[in-house]
Write a new protein. Sequence first.
Length: 444
Amino acid sequence: MKKLLANWGNYPVMESDEKSFAFEDELGRLVKDATSFIARGNGRCYGDAALAALTISTLKFDKILAFDPVQGIFECQSGILLDSILRVILPRGWFLPVTPGTKYITAGGAVASDIHGKNHHVEGSFSRHILELGLMLSSGDQIICSPQINPDLFEATCGGMGLTGIICRIKFRLKKVETAFIRQNKIRAENLDELIRLLETHKEATYTVAWIDCLQKGKQHGRGIVFTGEHALPSDLPETMSGDPFILPKKPVFNLPAYLPSWIINPLTVRSFNFLYYHKDRKKVTSRIVGYEPFFYPLDSVGHWNRAYGKRGFLQYQFVIPLHAREGLVEILRVISEKEMGSFLTVLKIFGKQESLISFPMEGFTLAMDFPVRTGLMPLLDRLDQIVVRYGGRVYMSKDARMKPEILQMGYPELDRFRQIVARYNPLEKIHSAQSDRLRITHN
């Protein structure tokens, strides 16, 4: 059925014939009959990676295949949402080994983007915890891969944006927890130097992340709040939370019913929001017990929050630069502040070491920002790209909708080898997306 499709940023929008399946034999017929396609999960990536003339939706392919609550091994089909997985595993004392900032992505999307979270510096990206993948190739043949079986295919699939085949099955390790709560600390930082010092001081914490007020200048340039977290023990919970440690109080979800006018997000509203958010807690350090949802998924409490950016949509821009290139981070924040193109959501994390073929994470600082689509944005992002690659960094494909091919080539030194593996398993380039064509990964 032909329809207009966009991913979470609502940019770009393109017409696509979307088909779905619930069983592997249905998928096999779709794949064999199609001349070209890309798999699509819940559309929560931000750019054009899951857009094509024909998209094959995995959302009906969402069954749990096996769950070992003793060993913490979980196996599922690719279209299941992380939210659905959590509903099953958390009451049994297990949690996701890695989670991004939303629980509404599919397990297949987690593999294709090789998601990372607030714990990358100690526990790596999602691919580190995968035991085995099952794929359907563009030929319709099924194949298994893992770090030991067809390792080249495994390596190219984790972070490969769906170009090696349709991910059908994922088997991965879980993390043992004793409650559904988090011990959270919030520490205010007066400027970027202090903020980075705090992140480095708390590098032993399981979860760390920092929010930055990106429009500040002078002595307060880069001021922000550092969050750290640990999974709470039953003994950490106050008496008011007594009872089942895995049951959270229900909170209503507010749905944004319509797109807001695009003029609402402007330097004044961003500056005002950032001021209020920074000064929300007067103390330098605040500690509290919070549920896992507000800690990991604060924006999930607002349904369709992407509509706040208006019908023109927005771009999330995320990059990573090496730890020794801190001045690159300073330069990028200075450019954003000078251009008055600030973001409500400017998030800084530190990645640990990771050697991989095409996955985004590498040891360094990673910054993510949301920008409404407006005049002047694309030249600004082109300028930021140049700064990123000059300092030896790269841009995240899962959040890209406009990067130039040469920026991708400079940021991913193993890109040519990735292309060769994709060509081996997808020889006719039957699997391709708007993004892979734009970046010349396919149809080069």
